[in-house]
Design a protein around this ligand. Structure first.
Ligand code: SAH
Length: 351
């Protein structure tokens, strides 16, 4: 018989588990064991970060995308998407708003929009760092050539988010058009790390065709790659994509995965994501209680927030909105956490 408590104990002490152990834990639905896992993960997060939750201001700078990922509402084939691109001035205005709210990390996320090529984005990053030298800049702009990643790094970008989406190549092929390959994505992740970024990867929970074995592969890949950040959220269908009729992923399973990730990677920055908060009531609080330590409120201008629609009903108000930071801090206080004014780097990273 599987001793689940032993697996949790091993995760706590060794920060590791075998494929069979991870599979057993993922398949376990016993409420007592799930609560023990959650408590172990929360305790680990508190050991690393105390009662601090770091906030990142998310600036969705463009929804133009040359890619056609089957799950994503801003894929190029979606003719119904109303496209926009923020100017550098608009991006800088978002940063000014965010800075005044006490945010010290700005995440510039967008589709693979080649109007924001190497040079234009590098200039924006350099200007943000010139105006706010005490802030970190995170980029999330998809797959690019190593020399472009390097230019952006030299311009001052500190971190880069690029989810691997699934560590299984056959599953990857079912979620993406033929021209996108898992191998290319992993190559990008390796080069980002080599350049010196704090690197984030991650995956959707419950994406079409995903099996529980795929999730084990994701966890083992992540353990091996040892990223600084891991983003996980439930898959949520978007009506104007080929997966529009698919079921959403499970919020509870996402929480369980956050807890396992926290124990596998005790120091990693793990967000309670917008997708989690869209699907679950009090998703932010639940994510933090499951071992996450980051929340990314939306700093994009109001008039474009509806347009960066990766999935249906994406939340962008309340604790999801930068104007809601005071409310978010209240939600955190309710569960015994606080938000320091800090870049919230990966522990031990100095730049
Ligand atoms: N172009 C950038 C940013 C993509 S959007 C990049 O490629 O990295 C950020 C993340 O949103 C994606 O990595 C994906 O995991 C997630 N996402 C996209 N569509 C989604 C959906 N329908 N449901 C849940 N998450 C989704």
């Amino acid at each position: 018989m599987t001793n689940y408590f032993e697996i949790i104990h091993k995760l706590q002490i060794e920060h590791n588990a075998s494929a069979a152990e991870l599979l057993a834990l993922l398949q376990c639905n016993d409420a007592k064991i799930l609560e023990a896992l959650r408590q172990a993960a929360q305790a680990q997060a508190q050991q690393t970060f105390g009662n601090n939750v770091y906030l990142r201001g998310l600036i969705e700078f463009s929804n133009f995308c040359k890619n056609d990922c089957l799950y994503c509402g801003i894929r190029r084939s979606n003719r119904k998407a109303s496209r926009y691109r923020l100017t550098p001035q608009e991006i800088l205005k978002c940063c000014a708003t965010g800075y005044a709210l006490g945010l010290r990390t700005f995440v510039l996320q967008g589709g693979e929009d080649f109007a924001y090529d190497d040079k234009r984005l590098a200039e924006v990053v350099a200007e943000i760092k010139r105006r706010y030298p005490d802030c970190a800049v995170t980029l999330s702009a998809g797959e690019r050539k190593p020399e472009i990643y390097r230019q952006w790094f030299e311009a001052g970008a500190d971190r880069y988010l690029l989810r691997h989406e699934t560590a299984n190549p056959e599953h990857y092929a079912k979620l993406h058009p033929a021209e996108l390959k898992l191998a290319t994505r992993l190559e990008c992740l390796r080069s980002l790390k080599e350049i010196g970024y704090q690197v984030g990867t991650g995956f959707m929970v419950g994406s079409p065709y995903q099996t529980v074995e795929n999730l084990v592969e994701d966890l083992l890949f992540i353990k091996g790659f040892n990223p600084h950040m891991v983003g996980t959220g439930p898959f949520i269908p978007h009506k104007d994509t080929p997966f529009g009729e698919e079921d959403a992923g499970s919020g509870q399973l996402t929480l369980k995965l956050i807890s396992i990730l926290r124990l596998l990677l005790p120091k990693a920055n793990l967000p309670a994501t917008t997708a989690l908060n869209t699907l679950l009531p009090n998703g932010h609080q639940q994510g933090i209680l499951a071992g996450a330590n980051v929340i990314m409120p939306n700093l994009s201008p109001q008039n474009v927030r509806d347009k960066y629609t990766l999935y249906d009903n994406k939340k962008h108000s309340g604790s999801e909105a930068a104007e809601g930071v005071a409310f978010l801090r209240k939600l955190l206080a309710e569960i015994g956490y606080e938000n320091p004014i800090s870049r919230g780097d990966y522990p031990d990273v100095i730049r």
